[in-house]
Design a protein around this ligand. Structure first.
Ligand SMILES: Cc1ncc(COP(=O)(O)O)c(C=O)c1O
Length: 385
């Protein structure tokens, strides 16, 4: 299954790679494989909704880490007193977590480090690709590359492949060619209108037709009572039991894929490589704005997935950008411990995550020129100092 795509990733990363139908699916099987139900997982409060539910589906207790307001990632200097049995990084928007310090911490404690590299396809740290520091990393093909869906697990030891492959087989759902084809058509349409004036009208049409995932603000409805009943009485609920939460924005996240999907993903990887210079130019232009997240300026050589600005009245700014055809996604608010209290071990110092979640405006660097007339007018949030 997907041998060409696996070989492509293996040659980039120098690691054994296993295809999965989505990043969330890959994270689930990685966490099931390297951790035991009931264990505690240190994770960022700022990530996609489905990642919290994948962690719960694996039977783990999310321990929410303090974050750094420089980059929105785990503040490694603030986790020494926390109790946890494994770590999940985020590499938010492609800005790398302090993976060297996290890897050292995990080695000292003898616990696994799993990297969520969904946003970090092109990120390197000291010349080494992100996704090669932990016991495993999981990439997402629908981010930089804009493939319909898909993910890749890169593992430290090739000996783990057979067991992961067996787990993959156990959790895959059957392939429906029509669903796969519809997903491809949607991805082609999205990739065609992005960066054009049509993007705004396409977004409005999708809203009117109810094609976008329903959300309360930026998160899907928690439906705490139903969720609690599904979590009760089983040490590891699994993906099927939490499917209504895990399937946010991609109802086919578990579906076996065919060769058409592989061909399109390979083509889109090439497009992402071709866009690398344009992405870098966008990062450097946006880094000149006064409201840029400070860590961006430390990574001007990185073709980030999104460039985080920290602005006052973020939602109004996002609405103005939409009218220019720049649709803002990947806002993760509120932080997980405020979103799902009781289901997480709350962060001992949540203020930075709350501030970041309220003010972050992630901008696609490929659309920097189109977004500029709005971005150049935005004010810094009061607390930014
Ligand atoms: C940080 C992060 N991790 C994981 C995912 C899930 O990726 P996929 O859609 O491939 O499951 C997303 C999706 O937006 C994400 O933003």
């Amino acid at each position: 299954m997907f041998a060409r795509l696996e070989a492509e990733f293996a040659s980039r990363l120098g690691r054994e790679c296993l295809y999965v139908p989505s990043n969330r699916f890959g994270l689930f099987i990685a966490l099931r494989y390297w951790m035991k139900p009931g264990q505690r997982l240190l994770m960022s409060p700022l990530s996609a909704d489905e990642i919290l539910f994948v962690v719960l589906a694996a039977g783990l207790r999310p321990v929410i880490a303090p974050i750094s307001a420089r980059n929105g990632n785990i503040d490694v200097s603030a986790v020494a007193d926390l109790r946890f049995d494994g770590v999940l990084t985020t590499h938010l928007y492609g800005l790398p977590d302090d993976v060297v310090a996290l890897a050292r911490l995990c080695a000292e404690r003898g616990i696994p480090l799993v990297e969520d590299a969904a946003h970090a396809l092109h990120t390197t740290v000291a010349g080494v690709p992100v996704g090669t520091n932990g016991i495993a990393a999981v990439f997402s093909l629908s981010k930089h590359a804009g493939a319909a869906q898909g993910g890749m697990i890169a593992m430290a030891s090739p000996e783990d492949r057979a067991a992961l492959e067996e787990l993959r087989g156990r959790w895959l759902s059957p392939r429906y060619a029509v669903a796969e084809f519809a997903g491809l058509v949607k991805a082609v349409a999205r990739n065609t209108v992005v960066g054009t004036g049509l993007a705004y009208y396409t977004w409005r049409l999708a809203e009117a037709l109810n094609l976008n995932e329903r959300r309360n603000g930026y998160r899907i409805a928690l439906r705490r009572d139903v969720l609690a009943s599904r979590l009760a009485g089983t040490p590891h609920p699994g993906m099927a039991v939490l499917d209504p939460w895990i399937h946010a924005d991609n109802h086919n996240y578990r579906m076996r894929q065919g060769s058409l999907a592989e061909g399109y993903a390979l083509r889109r990887m090439q497009v992402a490589d071709d866009q690398r210079e344009q992405r870098l130019r966008g990062v450097r232009r946006l880094a000149g704005l006064k409201n840029i997240a400070p860590a961006v300026r430390d990574h001007l050589d990185q073709p980030l997935f999104r460039v985080p600005l920290l602005v006052q009245d973020r939602d109004h700014a996002a609405a103005r950008l939409r009218r220019l055809g720049v649709i803002t996604g990947h806002i993760y608010a509120p932080p997980f411990d405020d979103y799902a209290p009781g289901l997480t071990e709350p962060s001992p110092s949540p203020d930075a995550a709350r501030w970041w979640a309220r003010h972050v405006l992630p901008v696609d660097p490929l659309l920097a020129d189109r977004a500029w007339p709005v971005l150049a007018t935005l004010s810094a949030p009061p607390e930014a100092g």
